[in-house]
Design a protein around this ligand. Structure first.
Ligand SMILES: [Zn+2]
Length: 321
């Protein structure tokens, strides 16, 4: 923590009346082929260390408190912190929930409909898995395919076709992979998170980036995702976290959706400490890029994210007071 301590001390006063919102995906010591080529997530020791730091410096708040604050103007405690995890990995019930429960820390899990019960594997995770498989093969053909996968974007038709072509060459049956590996939690496991007191939210049906879709398709994706979460987990109002972030999605569309759908409570994005408001709460990523192989330092991570936003938006733009 030493490196980040000074940076954190400098930004700490600004976090008293401003929500700090963090999101991750997995907390694990083992290497997961579905994400190993996408990002670096905290190990169990790193997460426990981060949690101890956060408990010292912040007050954890629930999803309900965050919604009540941004939609209805209810106050939040000083140094509020909202913790969330996206995608619905089985890791959430096996590793994350037990640690949070033992510490008495609330958190929210945003689930993708297609992932629940291991019915579908999103393209980003397919890409990582294929890169892993190709890594163990020699020959120029494998190397060429691996290079192609490493450079494509799964947000384009062409990129998804490349992923499909590589899976075909490697004779990958995704349903068999899902059945064998079970990377995601089941509906029952999702319900158990709710019974343990954790918040649940929506994270799309297909995990497509919503900026790729036109307004009508985007509206359908969010409505279907919210309907699924209500039906599967008995939620009344559902918060929605944008898969792959909110960049490119019009704020006016968000405002219209929230006004039109009484069961949709709030959007969550990935803009770090970008100003949050009545429609959108931004979050800071716990995961790091693959190139960042230094020690995990939560104090430095928060200080860095706040400093970037302060430079971009101005430091006194917004508060929860
Ligand atoms: Zn996601």
């Amino acid at each position: 923590m030493a490196d980040g301590a000074a940076g954190f001390a400098a930004v700490q006063p600004h976090l008293r009346n401003r929500l700090t919102s963090l999101f991750g995906h997995r907390v694990a010591d083992d290497r997961c082929p579905f994400v190993a080529n996408l990002y670096r997530h905290p190990t169990e020791a790193e997460f426990s260390g981060a949690l101890a730091f956060l408990e010292t410096h912040f007050t954890f708040v629930t999803l309900d408190a965050v919604v009540a604050h941004f939609r209805d103007g209810r106050p939040l405690p000083d140094y509020p912190l909202f913790l969330s995890f996206d995608d619905g990995f089985r890791n959430a019930v096996e590793r994350i929930a037990p640690v949070l429960r033992a510490a008495g820390v609330p958190a929210t899990f945003f689930l993708t409909e297609g992932a629940v019960d291991n019915r579908d594997l999103f393209y980003g995770l397919r890409r990582s898995y294929l890169i892993d498989r190709l890594g163990s093969q020699s020959g120029s053909h494998a190397a060429g395919l691996r290079d192609a996968l490493q450079t494509v974007s799964v947000h384009t038709h062409e990129g998804r076709r490349t992923v499909d072509a590589a899976a075909c060459v490697l004779e990958i049956d995704w349903q068999a992979v899902l059945a064998a590996e079970r990377p995601f939690l089941s509906r029952e496991e999702g319900r158990s998170l709710r019974e343990m007191g954790f918040g649940l939210g929506a994270h799309g049906v297909t995990h497509r980036r919503l900026a790729e879709l036109d307004d009508a398709a985007r509206t359908r994706e969010v409505a279907a995702s919210v309907a699924f979460m209500r039906d599967a987990f008995g939620l009344d109002r559902v918060a929605f976290a944008f898969p792959h972030g909110d960049r490119g999605v019009d704020a006016r569309w968000m405002a219209e959706r929230l006004a039109a759908d009484p069961h949709l409570s709030l959007f969550f994005g990935t803009g770090g400490y970008a100003p949050s408001g009545r429609f959108m709460v931004h979050r800071v990523a716990l995961d790091r890029s693959l190139e960042d192989d230094g020690p995990f330092d939560i104090a430095a991570l928060i200080a860095g994210a706040f400093s970037r936003a302060a430079a971009k938006y101005g430091i006194h733009t917004q508060s929860t007071g």
